[in-house]
Design a protein around this ligand. Structure first.
Ligand code: DC
Length: 223
C-alpha cells in the first residue's frame, strides 16, 4: 500500500484532531497536530513575557526554540526544547492568544517548514488550517472538515459541562464564530478550503463515522 499524505483542514471545533487521530490509528499513519505546534510557540511567548504584537521580538525568541511532537498510540506529546507542554498548551490563556500568534508570518514560516519535513516520508495525516493550501499543496488527499457553528458549539458545550465548566451555549457559539472570523480573515495563510479539497460536513456524523469516511478515502487511494 502506498504511504499517502493526508491534509485535513477546517475551523475550530469540527473535531479534526479527534477524527484525524482515530483515522491515523486505523491505517497506522502518523498523526501530526499542527495546531499543537502553534499552541507550543504561544506557550513559549507567554512564558518569556514577549509581546505577541512585537513580531521582531517573537522572531528572535523562536529562532532558538525547537518544537517537537512525539506521537504515542492515542495521543501526542508536545515539547518546547526539552520541556513537555502537552497539558499546558490546552489552557484558556493559550487558546485566547494562539490566533494572534498564528497570524505572524515569522511563526508560520518556521512551522510550515517543520511540518513539511515531518510529512516528507508519507504515511501521515496533518490537521490544521492551511495544510491543503500552503503546507502540502500536493497532498494525496485533502479534506475540508467542517460543521455548523451550532453543532460545533454544542459539542464543546457538552465537553465543558462534563468538566464542570459553566459557560453557556450562547457564549461558546459566540467565541467559535469569533475564532472562525479571525482565522479566516488574517493576512497570512487564512483558513480556506483548497480548490481541490473534499468538503466533509460532519454536523450529522459522530466521531467514528467521520473517521470512517477518512479511512475509506485513504484505503481507496492507497491501492
Ligand atoms: O486546532 P487548534 O485550535 O489547536 O489551533 C490553534 C490555533 O492555531 C488556531 O487559532 C488556528 C491556528 N492554526 C493555524 O493557523 N494553522 C494551522 N495549520 C493549525 C492551527
Amino acid at each position: 500500500m502506498k504511504k499517502l499524505t493526508v491534509a485535513i483542514d477546517g475551523p475550530a471545533g469540527a473535531g479534526k484532531s479527534s477524527a484525524a487521530r482515530l483515522a491515523a490509528g486505523k491505517v497506522q499513519y502518523l498523526y501530526i497536530d499542527t495546531g499543537a505546534m502553534y499552541r507550543a510557540i504561544t506557550w513559549a511567548i507567554l512564558q518569556h513575557h514577549v509581546n505577541v504584537q512585537d513580531e521582531a521580538a517573537v522572531g528572535a525568541l523562536i529562532q532558538h526554540l525547537s518544537v517537537r511532537l512525539e506521537p504515542l498510540s492515542d495521543t501526542c506529546r508536545v515539547y518546547v526544547n526539552d520541556t513537555e507542554v502537552t497539558e499546558e498548551i490546552r489552557t484558556q490563556a493559550i487558546s485566547s492568544h494562539v490566533s494572534s500568534v498564528a497570524a505572524l508570518a515569522v511563526v508560520r514560516q518556521k512551522l510550515v517548514q517543520l511540518q513539511r519535513d515531518m510529512a516528507k516520508q508519507g504515511g501521515v495525516i496533518l490537521d490544521g488550517r492551511d495544510i491543503g493550501t500552503v503546507v502540502l499543496p500536493d497532498a494525496d488527499i485533502k479534506i475540508f472538515l467542517t460543521a455548523s457553528v451550532h453543532s460545533r458549539a454544542k459539542r464543546r458545550y457538552l465537553e465543558l459541562q462534563a468538566k464542570g465548566n459553566t459557560e453557556t451555549l450562547e457564549e461558546i457559539e459566540n467565541s467559535i464564530a469569533q475564532r472562525d472570523y479571525q482565522d479566516s480573515h488574517r493576512a497570512v495563510s487564512p483558513l480556506k478550503q483548497a480548490a481541490d479539497a473534499m468538503l466533509l460536513d460532519n454536523s450529522e456524523l459522530n466521531l467514528e463515522e467521520t473517521a470512517d469516511v477518512i479511512t475509506k478515502l485513504i484505503r481507496q487511494k492507497a491501492q
